[in-house]
Design a protein around this ligand. Structure first.
Ligand code: ZN
Length: 512
């Protein structure tokens, strides 16, 4: 048997999510769908009620969007707006922070359903030995979003740091969906497998990003000295307005990666002005002999007009909070089709935001150490960023020491992007029969992460009796009790939004 998900009818959002998580899947119609033990059914899936019921009656399991469940199963749902939802404390997702949606959700109206998580509106319908897990979201719509909201991040103190981030917490949505699929495999006594996120069995990667707007040559040199002390190659997204500095400083940093941040520190809604701005930036870099692979947009903004220019300029990757943060890499949906510029999400709270929220130096160190532990439990890459003119190098000295104790794979962002493309391109067929799992790979560094209800492990290509594997139980984060306060409005939110609008207007006016 193939350990794969059958995606009933194509859907760019779902295909992107499954590739990102590395879950083997085929896009198929109902006629061939019996070849997959778990199905995904979304709003555009073409399938009859009979086919669905007989699949479940034969023991199959299905993850289905509530809107599709309503049409196919002819059942009532109610629709309502959901801004965010905090998963139930003692449930499957009790370790996760609030899931931000800011969209309409569909909730089944059927008292016979089993509740999986009342707060997330997750339900289950049992049909014979099989079952349907009903999710309230339209995944395609949510993964297409790039509008931003100011969000606060929890920390054990009264004043919380915040940043303007993609309204939808896509990274958490991926984790929730993946755990639901995992559950559906386990329910059939099948292991759940997906491509591991990092090379071989590395626990994670560490990348460090620098945005150099407002940064003096002295700030940059001090940062570089710290990186060299720790033997780290960072990725610098440079502001090229001062061309002499590009040539005399950034172009000489042979041991660092240099990408483009901006000429004018602004992102427009139209293609033409974005094109002008990025062409000017690239021309300045090329004159200094730098050919950047990566881009990081001013203010972390992203839109299809920017994406079009990034594609045409040949950038291999970019990083913008408006389209993703705290997540694995993915290709953003631009007008319904996936971009070919890989998005590299990072942890979006910089030291500058902590400083603005009046953190002391020791609180800053404590904050980053806590994020590293939190990311580790969620199997996220460890990617942080800084503006060198914000100083506080002692905080990064401590962070780099913590990172080196954890023995993570250190990479530049272009290496991370390159790895991710290799992982996506690898061929990795998985066969499973009576506890024997067999898979081969076209890339030796792409390993498989395998889970059963007993635990998990990461293995290279080979043949395994899964009853003989030694499995480690997963470590979950313990969630603080007062997490909901991160989503309560605070007067400082309005102040910071005002400051960011003012900053944007200032840079827009400078551009001509
Ligand atoms: Zn900037």
């Amino acid at each position: 048997m193939r350990l794969q998900v059958g995606l009933i009818s194509p859907g760019s959002g779902w295909e992107g999510l499954l590739q990102q998580q590395g879950i083997p899947f085929v896009v198929q119609d109902a006629a061939l769908a019996h070849l997959s033990p778990v199905w995904i059914i979304h709003q555009d899936s073409l399938i009859s009620q009979d086919a669905l019921e007989s699949f479940c009656a034969a023991g199959g399991s299905v993850l289905i969007e509530a809107a599709a469940w309503r049409c196919i199963m002819e059942k009532p749902v109610s629709t309502r707006m959901c801004t965010w939802a905090l998963p139930q404390q003692n449930g499957l997702f009790g370790d996760l922070p609030p899931l931000d949606i800011y969209d309409t959700i569909a909730v089944p109206k059927d008292k016979t359903l089993k509740t999986l998580d009342a707060n997330l509106s997750l339900f289950e319908q049992l049909i014979g030995p099989g079952c349907m897990t009903i999710i309230p979201w339209n995944v395609e719509t949510l993964l297409s979003r790039y509008d931003v909201r100011r969000k606060k991040v929890w920390f054990p103190r009264a004043e919380l740091p915040s940043e303007r981030l993609c309204a939808v917490s896509k990274g958490l949505l991926r984790i929730v969906v993946s755990r639901l699929l995992e559950r559906l495999f386990h329910r059939q006594n099948l292991p759940f497998v997906h491509r591991w996120f990092f090379p071989r069995d590395a626990r994670s990667v560490f990348c460090f990003r620098l945005d150099t707007d407002f940064c003096s040559a002295a700030d940059a040199k001090a940062m570089l000295a710290l990186l060299q002390k720790h033997r780290l190659r960072a990725t610098w997204f440079i502001d090229v307005a001062d061309e002499a500095r590009v040539k005399n400083l950034y172009a000489t940093m042979d041991d660092q990666e240099i990408g483009l941040h901006c000429h004018g520190h602004v992102v427009f809604d139209d293609v033409e002005r974005n094109r002008q701005n990025i062409r000017r930036g690239l021309a300045a870099m090329n004159r200094a002999g730098i050919k950047p692979q990566g881009f990081a947009a001013p203010f972390g903004e992203w839109n299809p007009a920017l994406d079009e220019v990034l594609r045409e300029a040949g950038f291999r990757y970019s990083g913008e909070f408006a389209v993703g943060y705290d997540d694995l890499p993915f290709f953003p949906l631009s007008g319904g089709t996936p971009s070919d510029v890989l998005q590299l999400p990072i942890h979006p709270i910089s030291l500058g935001r902590l400083r603005r929220s009046h953190f002391s130096t020791s609180e800053m160190v404590h904050y980053f150490t806590a994020v590293v532990a939190h990311n580790a439990a969620l199997q996220l890459p460890q990617i942080f960023y800084h503006h060198p003119h914000h100083g506080h190098l002692e905080v990064f000295d401590a962070l780099f020491n913590d990172i080196s104790r954890r023995n993570l794979l250190h990479m530049t962002l272009s290496q991370w992007a390159q790895w991710w493309r290799q992982r996506l391109a690898a061929k990795l067929p998985v066969e499973y029969h009576k506890n024997i799992l067999e898979f081969s790979t076209s890339h030796p560094d792409v390993w498989m992460h395998l889970t059963t209800p007993k635990g998990s492990t990461t293995v290279p290509a080979g043949t395994y009796d899964i009853t003989a594997l030694s499995l480690a139980s997963s470590q979950k984060n313990t969630r603080p009790k007062d997490l909901a306060r991160t989503r309560k409005w605070h007067w400082r939110d309005a102040l910071y939004d005002y400051e960011s609008r003012k900053g944007k207007r200032y840079h827009e006016d400078l551009f001509s």
